[in-house]
Structures are given as C-alpha cells and as structure tokens.
Ligand binder design. Structure first.
Ligand code: NAD
Length: 348
C-alpha cells in the first residue's frame, strides 16, 4: 500500500531521530525546498510536488520563506490535503479560516514552550525584585569601586518576592505555570485579571483572587506579569492609565508580546519612579530594543527567548509528527487542534 505523502516545510527533524525514522517509514516525505513565497506558489500551481495529504513544519523558523499563508496561496494547495501540523503556538502567518474552508485541519504546538516560558518569567520576576541584572552589569565592569557602590545601592531597593502580590494579566496556560511557581516557589500572593475567569479548582490551588478590572489589578499588584495573546484588542492593553494606577515603586514583567505594553508609557513610568523595575523578554519594536530601556539600570532585557529551550524543540517535533500520525493513520483526533475541528481521516 502506498504511504501517505507529507510535504516537509524546511529542515527534517533535528532532535527526535527515532521518531523521525519511524515517521519516514510510515509516510513518504517530500521536501518543499522553499525559496520564496512566489516560488512556492508557482510550485504548487505547477503541481511539482504531486498530491500530498499532510504538511509538516517541525521548527518555528522552518518554512518562513513561504509566508504569508494567505487565501491566495492556500487556494493553490491540492484537494488531497487533509492536515497541516506546525511547530509553534502562534499562527498569525496563516489564514486559518481560508485553510479550514478548504477542509484542511490545522494543529499548532501549543503547550510545548509553557515550561520554558514560565521559567523565564520567574527569572525576570526574581531579577526585578532583586535587581540582579543591574548587579551583573556592575560585576562585568571589573571595577571594584563599581562593585561596592552597586552592592550598597541595590541594598536600598531590593526585596524578596515572598509576601508580595503578583498581578497576573491573563491567566492562561503559561501564566498558570508562572503563578504556580511564584506562589508555591517564591511565596507570592496572586491576583489576576482575565476576560475568561479561571475555574474554581485553579483559583483554589493558586490562592488566586480575580479582580474585575485592569485598574484594580494595577492598584493591588507589587509586580505585574503580562501573558495575554497579542491581537487588536490587546494592543497597548498596558498603557499610561494602567501605570498611573500602579503603586509607586512597583514592577512589571512581559513574556507575552511586545506591543501589549505601550513602550512609551513604560519608559515614562520607569523615568517617573512609578515603576522601580521592568523585565522584558519581548519588545514593542523587536528585534529593535529601545535605546532608553537599554540605558536604564533597573531594566532586565532578554531577546524573546521565553520558549527557547531544547525541550521545547523536542516537543515541537513530537507534537507535529504525532498529530499527523494520529489524524491520518490512527483515526484519532489531533492533540492540539487550532481553528475548526475536523474528524480524523484515514488516508492509508
Ligand atoms: N516569550 C516567548 O517566547 C513566548 C513563548 C510562548 C508564548 N508566548 C506568548 O505568551 C502569551 C500567552 O500564551 P498562552 O499559551 O498562555 O495563551 P493562552 O491562550 O493559554 O492564555 C491567554 C489568556 O489570556 C486571556 N486573555 C485574552 N485576552 C485578554 C484580555 N484582553 N484581557 C485579559 N485576559 C485576556 C485569555 O482568556 C487566556 O486565559 C501569548 O501572547 C503568547 O504569544 C511567548
């Protein structure tokens, strides 16, 4: 019996060799050899790959040459296509409605980076309370005078997170992990604001108190953690009014998306002392980092590495391969469907 054909966007698996060998036994893998969006469209139009039942994208950076996956590109996909499994949680590069309208199921890899991203948020929370990044920069000067001066200076404003209030903006999958670690690991208290309230069990496990407005969250938090998806509605969700409502000398960390926070308002709040410190993995205009933020001593900066850990990449590969196997060969639903849910198909 012929093996179902799977179009590979980008590189083959780099981590899970055994699973990849097994996958290649079960499926005929066709490399897409992408160069550009137009080149890919042309290849599809000319049916250069023949028919295929699935598309796999094993790493976030794979296949980005073909972006954007708009309705026009999608209209050239073969009618044999049943499922597309892609690494990564975000899919703003893809017109999911147009894909679903062609009867194609889509699976992302949400959850794969939850541990890594929540761990990084904890690093930022610790740094904004203890001003560890400022201390590191002082140590790196190699200058004994700076060492001693910064040691004394930090002693005037560093605090333990224990007993302080973490204000969670959004209490989704990643923020629940951040909260669990901050509450049970660091001894923080939790208030949260989310458009969808958490269930009673989650609230109990985290000792979480839900507040009705962002303004109340801002007022009550010693450190705010931002973890909501970026969309029109959350553009500059954290703005001047939010910072105005915060206690003087409070803190904020962002592991969601840069433009959820207004960078101008953030800089103004740091300058005025409303904020003592900020920890930012994501940046409004990344990969450009604000010069003003770079120069502020109580700002901890990372380069959008929230999800970046080998374990995340393993999970991307496991989920994308398993989703296609389940959907096409085992007649089982996708583990991580996004968009319209389709019944599994049996292409074999
Ligand atoms: N830094 C990184 O490398 C990295 C890695 C993975 C994910 N992320 C980002 O983390 C964020 C959260 O991811 P997740 O998987 O936990 O998502 P999720 O969908 O599980 O949770 C998001 C939560 O935000 C809530 N929400 C939506 N709009 C809101 C609003 N206007 N006000 C308050 N709450 C709102 C939702 O109800 C949900 O509970 C996303 O922005 C994602 O892009 C960043």
């Amino acid at each position: 019996m012929p093996r179902p054909r799977v179009l590979l966007l980008g590189d083959p698996a780099r981590h899970l060799d055994d699973l990849w060998s097994d996958f290649q036994q079960k499926f005929e893998v066709i490399p897409a050899n992408l160069t550009t969006h137009d080149g890919f469209k042309q290849a599809l139009r000319e049916k250069r790959y023949g028919d295929f039942e699935a598309i796999i994208k094993l790493a976030v950076e794979n296949g980005t040459e073909s972006y954007p996956w708009n309705a026009d590109l999608i209209s050239h996909l073969p009618s044999s296509l049943k499922v597309f499994a892609a690494a990564g949680a975000g899919f703003d590069w893809l017109d999911l409605d147009a894909l679903n309208e062609r009867g194609v199921a889509f699976a992302n890899s949400r959850g794969a980076g939850d541990t890594a991203t929540s761990d990084l948020a904890l690093y930022l929370i610790l740094s904004v309370f203890r001003l560890a990044s400022y201390s590191e920069r002082a140590a790196r000067t190699g200058d004994p005078e700076t060492f001693n001066r910064v040691h004394l200076e930090i002693g005037k404003s560093a605090h333990n997170p224990r007993g302080h209030v973490l204000g969670a903006v959004g209490l989704g999958a990643i923020q629940k992990e951040i909260a669990r670690k901050a509450v049970h690991g660091l001894g923080m208290k939790l208030v949260y604001y989310d458009v969808a309230p958490a269930d009673a069990e989650t609230e109990k496990a985290l000792g979480a108190e839900r507040v009705d407005s962002l303004e109340e969250l801002a007022r009550r938090s010693d450190c705010v953690s931002v973890s909501v998806p970026y969309m029109k509605l959350t553009h500059h969700l954290i703005d001047e009014a939010f910072f105005a409502a915060m206690k003087p000398g409070s803190r904020i960390v962002n592991t969601a998306r840069g433009p959820v926070i207004s960078q101008d308002a953030l800089i103004a709040a740091l300058k005025s002392g409303k904020l003592l410190s900020a920890g930012l993995d994501v940046h409004e205009f990344e990969p450009q980092v604000s010069k003003e933020l770079i120069e502020m001593k109580h700002v901890t900066l990372t380069t959008h590495i929230g999800g970046v850990a080998i374990e995340t990449f393993h999970e991307f590969e496991r989920l994308t391969m398993t989703n296609i196997d389940r959907f096409l060969l085992q007649g089982k639903p996708l583990l991580t469907p996004a968009g319209k849910v389709f019944a599994p198909s049996s292409a074999a």
